[in-house]
Write a protein that binds this ligand. Structure first.
Ligand code: GLC
Length: 535
């Protein structure tokens, strides 16, 4: 099997506003990322995905792009980008950019022109509609950030569609001129040397012809606080068959540059998600698999999920796993530090490409953002539901100096309250720290083909009923057993016969206590994950 870098490798997501500020404005930048590449090399990641760094009014912190082929001055210049790319490549770290094709900023020149008049040549770049016959928005579609997804434009007396903020008008991907213009963006960056793209809300690109109402969601319960978007089922506003043609066209472009990767952001049930790998025509290389972010944290449920995901993969499709991103609560905030360590071992020993979210290697946990510091438009539009994304976007704490070494100015969001002890410098020195664990997991993954590219087989048995998830990874002669205790009690696991002589290569609890075991059994301590091997 010819294994490509993005299959063998580990991807690390950087939220550029929050990684490292180099010019003292309190916002991270590209020069800052370049300065911190050593951290990423020490950690052992193979690629970085940088959330949008293009010129933007920042209504949605860069996911509202005003120019796809430049760098926002807050983040630097194209020259800074080229320097970062070269410096990353010199360390054998690939660079993945964030492509935001579904919508532009309302300040993008295309939208300014489109809005100017009904006869503008760019009118059809966006989705303009007359009011419903009885007045009001053309249909019942709801923005993912709450409220109607249609915004009235007084001057031209029509509504335009925005799946997110009104400052993020959706492009009309049925227009071939739009398509070509956006494909030109891919060419621009691929030719510059970027190694791939994460594609923002890929499943949103095409909407049903005729814009029919979405059906009400029978399970909607406002008191659950999941957000108003769930009042309807987004069956006409997202995931239309034609989107796969577009994914295929993007794939052809990526493949024409060699070993580049496309990772699609898609939140859909398993069967529909799998379609994004492509059927007759190839789709994206990796449709993001967000199940670990969403699943209840128990051994049995996660074992079932892994089995179903593996079984659903189309032939030749490469799996991938994610524990956190800039839109979702941090894993240690959700599970606490001890289980977050188990989760890290799971993420980095499953079959498929893992994406690690910046700061999770430090075990950053719950952070309360005081109301006056809230910046996320999602939180500002539907406050108090716990949907705010600021707690997952706080600055990376580097050391014990002022503002944790993130900035010489005032950080744009508060730091994690424990930054004086939970920072890269401090945790680098602490043998049992989450950072040390991540480094060891990544090193183990590099050293063992079984982990990087091997098969996976879940261990049968009733241990799943007792909080233990166990699986084997295997590649030729290399064979490992991973056993994870999801609970707070010690648990015994019967070992398969090949593992009777295996020894722990790594535990999530790094101390000198010898493992309690007989040849045929091993005891996992509370919240302990183990990798066992025979070498
Ligand atoms: C994606 C991004 C999110 C953004 C949204 C609109 O879901 O991850 O941060 O708000 O798209 O672009």
């Amino acid at each position: 099997m010819n294994v490509l870098w993005w299959q063998r490798g580990v991807v690390y997501q950087i939220y550029p506003r929050s990684f490292q500020d180099d010019n003292g404005d309190g916002i991270g930048d590209l020069a800052g990322i370049e300065r911190r590449l050593d951290h990423l090399a020490d950690l052992g990641v193979d690629g970085i995905w940088i959330s949008p760094c293009f010129p933007s009014p920042m209504a949605d912190f860069g996911y509202d792009v005003a120019d796809y082929c430049d760098i926002d001055p807050r983040f630097g210049t194209l020259a800074d980008f080229d320097r970062l790319l070269a410096a990353a490549h010199a360390r054998e770290i690939k660079v993945i950019l964030d492509f935001v094709p579904n919508h532009t900023s309302s300040q993008h020149p295309w939208f300014v022109e489109s809005r100017a008049s009904r006869s503008s040549t760019r009118r059809d770049f966006y989705l303009w509609r007359d009011p419903a016959p009885e007045g009001g928005p053309p249909n019942n579609w709801i923005s993912d950030f709450g409220g109607s997804a249609w915004e009235w434009d007084e001057a031209s007396s029509q509504y335009y569609y925005h799946a997110f903020l009104k400052e993020q008008p959706d492009l009309n991907w049925r227009n071939p001129v739009v398509r070509q213009a956006m494909y030109d963006v891919l060419h621009f960056w691929f030719a510059r040397g970027v190694d791939g793209f994460r594609i923002d809300v890929l499943w949103h690109l095409i909407k049903a012809e005729g814009f029919p109402d979405n059906p009400p969601n029978p399970a909607y319960d406002a008191s659950l606080g999941l957000g108003e978007m769930h009042r309807v089922l987004q069956i006409h506003s997202t995931d239309q068959a034609e989107v796969h043609v577009i994914a295929g066209e993007m794939r052809r472009i990526a493949d024409s540059y060699g070993e580049r990767v496309l990772i699609g952001e898609i939140y859909l049930p398993l069967k529909r998600l799998m379609h994004y790998y492509g059927r007759e025509i190839a789709g994206v290389h990796l449709p993001f698999n967000f199940q670990l972010i969403e699943a209840p944290w128990n051994a049995k449920g996660i074992a079932t999920m892994i089995a179903e995901y593996e079984a659903a993969l189309p032939p030749g499709a490469w799996p991938n796993w994610v524990l956190g991103n800039h839109d979702r609560p941090r894993i240690a905030a959700r599970l606490g530090e001890a289980q977050a360590r188990v989760a890290a071992m799971l993420l980095l020993t499953l079959r498929g490409t893992p994406t690690l979210y910046y700061g999770d290697e430090l075990g950053i946990g719950r952070i309360e953002i005081p109301p006056s510091d809230v910046r996320d438009p999602r939180e500002l539009r539907e406050p108090g539901l716990g949907l705010g994304r600021d707690p997952a976007r706080t600055p990376m704490p580097w050391d014990g100096t002022a503002s944790a070494g993130f900035t010489s100015g005032t950080p744009w969001l508060p730091l994690n309250p424990d930054w004086r002890t939970r920072n890269v410098a401090r945790l680098s020195e602490a043998p049992g720290s989450p950072l040390a664990l991540h480094r060891r997991l990544l090193a183990l993954r590099r050293a063992h083909p079984a982990l990087a590219v091997g098969d996976i087989a879940l261990l049968d048995g009733d241990h799943q009923e007792h909080d233990v998830l166990a699986y084997e990874r295997r590649s030729d002669g290399d064979r490992l057993l991973i056993a994870l205790n999801f609970g707070a009690r010690p648990r015994e696991l019967c070992l398969p016969s090949w593992a009777h002589h295996a020894r722990p290569l790594l535990s999530t609890i790094e101390d000198d206590a010898p493992p309690v075991r007989a040849a045929t059994r091993i005891v996992l301590r509370p919240d302990e994950g183990l990798v066992l091997g025979t070498d």
